[in-house]
Design a protein around this ligand. Structure first.
Ligand code: NAD
Length: 512
């Protein structure tokens, strides 16, 4: 245990065998089925988690419904105070939780710490927000009337999260939902359930210390079958689901069939346009971290570079040189730049994507491959690669969740923007240029069609203060900062008559 994983697990209360269903401090025995969580870093079994069955799911929902009645009546700033304490509890275990995230998911320890920092940041944001859940006041057209709007909580928010941000995505949703007055049921990814167990213990302690009931924060564990319990359940008015577009299409339809609300954060196919006016140093660094960071397993990972033809060859050479310096290995070892993919299935998908794009005419600039031997026993380590491709290739149109970077060239900015937008997804985007006309054109109505558009910054690494999400097949949802909180509440328009008459709107006369 050279990286201190065991002591981190111990501090976080993660056992080798864990129940997976919880309403807070109460953990419910849920039958015989278990999920085993293996580390992609070394292939070792980290621990097992029991899968939630129908019966215990129903018990969780009942508790959540009960808890909602208490929680919604607590003033929002007091709910904010609880979230402030959760932020402090997270600060106390930042190194341990960062380590677990790194070990269970495979991202570098630095990125694991970054993910926990993001949780702390969203807590702070939510605390401030708890005093700013503003509605508007309007002027009534009727004399002696006042009209305004207010925001009320929805009830139970069902959170379904992806493996690649095993804890941050939950916190973006739950911290905001909690200050809004909602209660949460979280189904973490079945590929990172132990991270879920750890978070549940952290929040449960805070709720208990404050004498709050069970059911404000609940955990259920399992794959899509357990997710379906929630998506098809009318008692869960909002489903916030993060994951693949394939999943989003199924979840979106299931929730729509019962006219529930869904907040979808799905796949991206993010590109950087590098113009002839770019600061090349910044362009290379931005592209490099965007493409290989988290081994290409971020929804905002850079998948395509659209490069002006005049600088194409030099960018290609400089990138290839930078790739040759990458050190791939155990993510807990801070000397390594790139860790493993999440599992062997992901490795297979990476290999197939490379094969397929080569059949379509793609040319390897930096070849891919799978590592084996000492330090790579898990079989999950792959080589970040660069492939010259065309935007219309089938594989380029798809999101492959691995470090494969497609590069292509353009002549005019209009052509570059058309290529940029010419994919089904619309999450994150960037232009590298010092030319004001180019930058503004990219951000204009006829520029990038994505939810996030950056200038002289890569596609990945968003800040929590902004609204996060994307268009088209990325699902249209917005989470985290700005006014994303509105998705977790229902709007009520109120009109109050303090006059001695009852005038009707639109001047309608109705006298008897
Ligand atoms: P995934 O779609 O395989 O799984 C995501 C979650 O959905 C898991 O918890 C899974 O159990 C659940 N799920 C799957 N099918 C379901 C169903 N029919 N009903 C209910 N729940 C279901 O995704 P993944 O491999 O864990 O994550 C990678 C994907 O997530 C990538 O496409 C990535 O771009 C995307 N992602 C998007 C964002 C974003 O904010 N836009 C953030 C992180 C990841």
């Amino acid at each position: 245990d050279s990286f201190g994983v065991k002591s981190a697990l111990q501090k976080l209360g993660v056992q080798t065998e864990n129940l997976g269903t919880s309403t807070g401090n109460n953990w419910i025995d849920s039958g015989m089925e278990y999920i085993s969580s293996f580390s992609p870093a070394d292939g070792e079994l980290i621990g097992k988690v029991q899968v939630t069955n129908r019966e215990s799911y129903d018990a969780v929902v009942s508790k959540a419904q009960e808890a909602y009645k208490t929680w919604r009546n607590m003033p929002a700033p007091q709910r904010g105070e609880i979230v402030r304490q959760i932020g402090n509890a997270l600060r106390e275990v930042k190194p341990e939780l960062g380590k677990l995230v790194s070990y269970e998911m495979g991202k570098s320890y630095q990125e694991g710490l970054g993910e926990v920092q993001e949780m702390i940041d969203i807590c702070d944001f939510a605390v401030g927000l708890s005093r700013q859940l503003y509605g508007l006041t309007m002027h009534s057209e009727r004399p002696g009337h006042r009209m305004y709007e207010q925001w009320h909580p929805l009830g139970i928010v069902g959170i379904v999260s992806a493996f690649n941000f095993p804890v941050a995505v939950w916190s973006w949703n739950s911290m905001i939902a909690w200050v809004c007055g909602d209660v949460c049921i979280w189904k973490p990814s079945e590929k990172a359930p132990l991270s879920g167990i750890a978070c549940q213990q952290i929040t449960a302690r805070v709720f208990k210390e404050n004498g709050l009931p069970e059911g404000i924060s609940s955990l259920i564990v399992g794959d899509y079958k357990v997710g379906k319990f929630m998506t098809e359940d009318r008692r869960v008015p909002l489903i916030s689901a993060t994951g693949s577009t394939r999943m989003g299409k199924i979840v979106g339809q299931a929730v729509a069939a019962r006219l529930g609300r869904s907040l979808l954060e799905l796949g991206g196919n993010n590109a950087i346009i590098i113009t002839e006016n770019a600061d090349i140093e910044i362009a290379i660094r931005g592209a490099l971290f965007g493409a290989v960071g988290t081994a290409g397993q971020r929804c905002t990972s850079t998948r395509r570079l659209i490069i002006h033809e005049s600088i194409y060859e030099s960018i290609k050479e400089r990138l290839a040189a930078a790739y040759s310096k990458l050190v791939i290995g155990n993510p807990l070892n801070e000397k390594n730049h790139v860790g493993p993919l999440i599992d062997k299935m992901a490795v297979e998908m990476y290999q197939k994507a490379i094969e397929k794009v080569k059949i379509e005419g793609g040319k390897e600039v930096v070849a891919g491959g799978v590592f084996s031997g000492d330090g790579y026993e898990s079989g999950c380590y792959v080589k970040p690669c660069i492939i010259e491709a065309e935007n219309h290739f089938k594989m380029v149109q798809e999101e492959t969740f691995a470090p494969i970077l497609y590069i292509m060239k353009y002549k005019t900015l209009d052509e570059a923007i058309a290529m940029h937008n010419g994919v089904p997804q619309g999450l994150s985007s960037a232009i590298m240029t010092l030319n004001m006309r180019e930058a503004e054109a990219f951000l204009s109505v006829s520029g990038s069609d994505c939810g996030i558009a950056n200038v002289n910054i890569g596609t990945s690494g968003a800040e929590i203060g902004g609204a996060f999400g994307g268009e088209k097949e990325t699902g249209g949802g917005r989470e985290s900062g700005s006014d994303s909180w509105k998705a977790y509440m229902r709007r009520q328009t109120n009109t109050i008559n303090y006059s001695t008459n009852l005038p009707l709107a639109q001047g309608i006369k109705f006298d008897i």
